[in-house]
Write a protein that binds this ligand. Structure first.
Ligand code: FES
Ligand code: FES
Length: 160
């Protein structure tokens, strides 16, 4: 076992892991943060998407030891002082989830898109979000929700 330190949502977690343990397993079992979901466990579905040093990462494809000392953000850290942040509110308003299994990964990927601060047109948005799978909604409402937040923050992609 190896002792590592993960800074998750601005809280330090000292955890013991085996070298084979994935980041998402460690977040769920070592840190008690079960918001990040595990679907395929081989990098296809995106349910386990978290931000590592502000970059989207498949938590099932990164070993926990690779995240030692890094800043990690999960869906548990998205809220705005206990209230929905803009993306969470948009998912709510646009009915962008049904069972909710894919939602943590979708939200973290969308967080990265919004926080880049770059204009994003509809094609690019679809291309990026298509990396995460949803079995329920057919994607349109997810795209509408992210689009609404991008438009509200001036990242409308016009002329991009
Ligand atoms: S559980 Fe990681 S990509 Fe599917
Ligand atoms: S809301 Fe069910 S998998 Fe996406």
């Amino acid at each position: 076992m190896t002792r590592i330190q993960l800074n998750v949502n601005e809280t330090i977690h000292d955890v013991e892991v085996e070298p084979r343990h994935s980041l998402v397993d460690t977040l769920r079992e070592g840190c008690g943060l079960t918001g990040s979901h595990i679907g395929c466990e081989h990098g296809v579905c995106g349910a386990c998407t978290v931000l590592v040093d502000d970059q989207p990462v498949r938590g099932c494809l990164m070993f926990a030891v690779q995240a030692d000392g890094k800043d990690i953000r999960t869906v548990e850290g998205l809220d705005d002082d206990g209230a929905f942040n803009a993306l969470q509110q948009a998912f709510h308003e646009h009915h962008a989830l049904q069972c909710g299994f894919c939602t943590p990964g979708m939200l973290m990927l969308a967080t990265w898109i919004v926080e880049r601060g770059l204009p994003v047109d509809d094609n690019e948005l679809r291309e990026i979000m298509a990396s995460n799978l949803c079995r329920c909604t057919g994607y349109r409402n997810i795209l509408r929700a992210v689009r609404a937040v991008l438009d509200a923050s001036g990242q409308d992609g016009a002329g991009a």
